[in-house]
Design a protein around this ligand. Structure first.
Ligand code: SF4
Ligand code: SF4
Length: 189
């Protein structure tokens, strides 16, 4: 149980604005966005998503746009237009993850969301099907990125560029073809 439930946010959309490049998308997010919107993930780049370098690896993040620096999925009423399939970081907020050697734990970002919170189970708050499988994937993806970062350190600049482009293509740009994300993801590793 965590005190993370913002009780419907009640008109607030603070965490959908001014988030810089911090809402980084993982392959599961890419799969869900693509299926939810009915377009290839690549079609979202530049309009809703941008590519940024995160610890040496090129990864997609939600693009904050305009003077108000807000997410392109936020509607004029300040509500998320893709609530049902919004990315994992949006679902988790105001919780964060601390990665340890063989797992991770959750923590509450107490200064990031100042609304009153009620207690809720993490699984219910994040609200993603097959939660234990999802957590296994989250850890696997984090571990995989760490391994790639180590490999990049031993590469030339040209090899690093090629590796980053291949990773983007393999896990984000190459369309996922089935409902079974996890089989496709593990098949691509
Ligand atoms: S800052 Fe808190 S209350 Fe506001 S939208 Fe984000 S999670 Fe909801
Ligand atoms: S996807 Fe939805 S919840 Fe996430 S930042 Fe954009 S508008 Fe907010």
């Amino acid at each position: 149980m965590v005190k993370a439930d913002c009780l419907g946010c009640k008109g607030c959309c603070d965490c959908c604005k001014g988030m810089g490049k911090s809402i980084v998308l993982d392959p599961y997010d890419a799969w869900r966005l693509s299926r939810g919107l009915g377009v290839p993930f690549a079609a979202l780049i530049d309009q809703y998503v941008e590519l940024s370098v995160v610890d040496g690896i090129i990864l997609p993040n939600l693009l904050m746009k305009g003077e108000t620096e807000q997410c392109g999925f936020l509607n004029p009423e300040g509500r998320c237009q893709i609530h049902n399939f919004r990315p994992g970081i949006c679902r988790l907020f105001p919780l964060g993850r601390i990665y340890e050697e063989d797992g991770f734990s959750y923590f509450l970002q107490v200064h990031e969301c100042i609304r009153p919170h009620a207690k809720i189970k993490v699984e219910k708050w994040v609200d993603i099907p097959n939660y234990s499988q999802y957590e296994k994937f989250v850890l696997d993806w984090h571990t995989y990125l760490n391994a790639i970062q180590d490999e990049l350190l031993r590469m030339t600049e040209e090899e690093q560029k090629m590796t980053c482009i291949q990773l983007l293509k393999r896990f984000y740009l190459m369309p996922y073809e089935t409902e079974d994300f996890y089989s496709e993801y593990y098949g691509r590793k």
